[in-house]
Write a protein that binds this ligand. Structure first.
Ligand SMILES: Nc1nc2c(c(=O)[nH]1)N[C@H]1C(S)=C(S)[C@@H](COP(=O)(O)O)O[C@H]1N2
Ligand SMILES: [Mo]
Length: 489
């Protein structure tokens, strides 16, 4: 600990902070509490200015959360470096511990990561203090080289991260065994395009299905204490256990789920076979009173999204328990979520659902104070070229293009392709799995040598040709024609 040379002090501070953070994360992981890094990251997600959050989402797509975690860890190390420049060894380490502990206590109050242990927050704060103090003592007792301390810290952080990931995998494996049996199973999903080359699968494999939410990590819900409560403006409030829900007459349905952040050509949407129970009949078992106008869907961590009851009378809506032939995974909302095909994901209902509350007043949903408009926001019909990829060089005098188009809940009536400035021509359509699902298409076009641009658009059954004006996702979803450039040799 050389106090005369600043760079050494900084480096010692960084190393000490790495070890301290690893200790905090280790204690939290071992105690089954939430990660401190996640708790701090959650503050960024929940309170960061919308443009910053949007940019993070757009820049890092679905790895935005790991990036935020890395940024939090980096900040802690940076603060460690700054504190390392303070003259007194004892003072600076104690200051760092105090800073981490205060942050830990401050950040852990909201949005639990586990659904049942209510004292998880205190455990996190305790972990912050205990981990910090342990580090302080260790650093005092053993005068280890800073490089070693730093490496030990990083290794500890990675180990804690692995611990959290394993916890989620364990939960997914346990809940996989819950049997969900639809009363009338659908026939296997086929659309006749099974042999088409390069196009997206008809059903998006679970591993490729996008995950979007405002959580640093999905809450892990314990079925023993989990209930779905139907509350508010109802005559007979209900509280259902998972077994009761799973024992209802479940239905299967095929539908695309689309995130409002999906841009032209992106894959922030997925098509799947879902299993659940119709929402309105479920609400009716609690006897909504006449003045009930809104349904608030509330997640175990307090995230809320509301839907006008009138809309639920006009369109299909479900409490979903499973997708892709199994119960929901933690990432996709285990044990239950609300899904209204045809509404963008952030307006469709809560994952990790725990309450369906009827009320007469509009609700202050999670997205509202963050600048997003009131829902419900319908999905704009859109189409995507899956193959070839933009920038490809091709040979031959024909061009094979294929992709998917979606216009939930009413369906895709036609897909059209335009080469350069030529008129739109019809593409070949695969069979319609369900109106709310996406529909695969392909086209075989004559081309000359040279540079070309190919555009696609879909014609929706309810509203005609998709919107041509290019728009970014904020605030009502992207529009415009997905296009690609090619060189034919
Ligand atoms: N509880 C909760 N539910 C949520 C969200 C959330 O942040 N919290 N995000 C919504 C958004 S923005 C989308 S796009 C869909 C995504 O569902 P998926 O992750 O299963 O694809 O869930 C919705 N439900
Ligand atoms: Mo979303």
């Amino acid at each position: 600990m050389n106090r005369r040379r600043d760079p050494v002090g900084s480096w010692h501070g960084v190393a000490a902070a790495a070890l301290g953070l690893a200790a905090v994360e280790g204690v939290a992981a071992a105690a089954g509490a939430r990660s401190f890094v996640d708790a701090a990251g959650q503050l960024v997600v929940d309170h960061g200015p919308r443009p910053v959050v949007e940019h993070t989402v757009n820049l890092f797509k679905t790895v935005d959360k790991p990036v935020i975690r890395a940024a939090v860890a980096g900040t802690v190390l940076g603060v460690g470096g700054l504190l390392g420049r303070l003259p007194r060894a004892g003072g600076r380490d104690a200051a760092l511990v105090a800073a981490v502990a205060t942050l830990g206590a401050a950040t852990s109050r909201r949005r639990p990561a586990v659904a049942s242990p209510s004292d998880e927050q205190q455990v996190t704060a305790f972990a912050a203090v205990a981990g910090g103090l342990a580090t302080l003592c260790a650093l005092r007792a053993a005068r280890l080289p800073d490089g070693l301390i730093f490496v030990a810290g990083l290794a500890g952080l990675l180990a804690a991260e692995r611990g959290y990931e394993r916890r989620q995998v364990r939960q997914d494996n346990t809940c996989r065994d819950v049997e969900l049996l639809p009363v009338e199973p659908l026939p296997p999903a086929r659309d006749g395009a099974e042999q088409w080359q390069g196009v997206s699968p008809l059903l998006t494999p679970l591993g490729d299905f996008y995950v979007t939410d405002a959580n640093m990590r999905p809450p892990l819900v314990d079925l023993g204490s989990w209930r779905l409560d139907i509350t508010g403006a109802v005559h007979t409030p209900r509280s259902l256990r998972y077994r009761q829900l799973a024992g209802l007459d479940l239905v299967e349905f095929d539908a695309a789920m689309v995130c409002v952040h999906n841009r032209l050509g992106w894959n922030r949407l997925g098509n799947q076979r879902w299993i659940g129970y119709p929402l309105l009949p479920l609400l009716e078992t609690a006897g909504p009173i006449d003045g009930a106008k809104y349904l608030v869907t509330r997640a175990v961590d307090g995230w809320e999204c509301s839907l006008p009851l009138q809309l639920l009378r006009e369109t299909d809506a479900f409490v979903v328990l499973g997708m892709a032939g199994r119960s929901l995974t933690a990432a996709h909302g285990f044990p239950a979520r609300v899904f209204v095909p045809g509404l963008y994901g952030q307006y469709t209902g809560a994952k990790w659902l725990t309450e369906l509350r009827l009320q007469s007043e509009p609700n202050k949903d999670y997205w509202l104070p963050r600048g997003w408009p009131h829902g419900p926001a319908p999905v704009r019909p859109l189409s995507r070229i899956d193959t070839p990829v933009s920038g490809s060089r091709l040979t031959g005098r024909h061009l094979d293009v294929a992709g998917v188009a979606w216009a939930p809940p009413h369906g895709v009536e036609a897909v059209e392709i335009a080469l350069d400035d030529q008129p739109w021509v019809l593409a070949e359509l695969a069979a319609e799995l369900a109106p709310a699902a996406w529909r695969r298409w392909r086209a075989h076009l004559p081309v000359s040598a040279g540079e070309h641009r190919v555009r696609v658009r879909c014609i929706s059954r309810a509203a005609g040709p998709q919107e041509a004006v290019p728009r970014l996702p904020f605030p009502t979803g992207a529009s415009g024609h997905h296009s690609l450039r090619l060189v034919v040799e």
